[in-house]
Design a binder for this molecule. Sequence first.
Ligand SMILES: Cc1cc2nc3c(=O)[nH]c(=O)nc-3n(C[C@H](O)[C@H](O)[C@H](O)COP(=O)(O)O)c2cc1C
Length: 191
Amino acid sequence: MIRECIVTTQNRAGVVHIAPIGLIEEGEHLVIAPFRPSLTLDNLRENPAAVANYTDDVLVFAGCLTGRRDWPTRPAATIAGAVLEQALAHAELRVVAVAEDAVRPRFRCAVVHEAAHAPFRGFNRARAAVVEAAILVSRLHMLPADKIDREIAYLQIAIDKTAGPRERQAWDWLMEKVTEHRAKNKEERRA
Ligand SMILES: Cc1cc2nc3c(=O)[nH]c(=O)nc-3n(C[C@H](O)[C@H](O)[C@H](O)COP(=O)(O)O)c2cc1C
């Protein structure tokens, strides 16, 4: 079971970093598995704690992948960490074990505090589509163009039928990123 959420970490100086991460459930623990290199990984080494922010605001997911990382936070209750203002609920995590790996080290975390802040108001297909598209965008450099096109065409249906303004904005940011990536590739091939 993987929970797609917004993970906040901070370095020794207290600078907060926000990133969408899939937390892996393993019994009572949550595992953070950041690819190398990443700021989340660097921060976990400096300050072995994190906040799992459970949010349905997909603008934060799309924003983080398109250079818009400046989302409001407040200090966590029990760890040196930051809680995203948009979180419906959050869990404060302490790293209890690290499994080193050349590609993707795994930080096993214990949940030391949990709190709920706002009600969950049901699933929305456009939000799910934005999360899927965000994953595609995070892998643009690895995936073939025709696979990306096919998946975007399918996800677009849910956007057209069920999106509100925030989901539409999130989708537009991600589609701009796909277009930019393709223009850059085309230029590089020409050079
Ligand atoms: C839904 C979702 C889940 C993700 N899960 C992971 C993950 O488990 N590990 C990871 O390294 N990156 C994951 N990513 C990609 C990161 O969000 C992105 O690459 C991020 O910038 C990590 O690098 P950073 O810590 O330097 O910001 C995920 C992206 C999305 C949209």
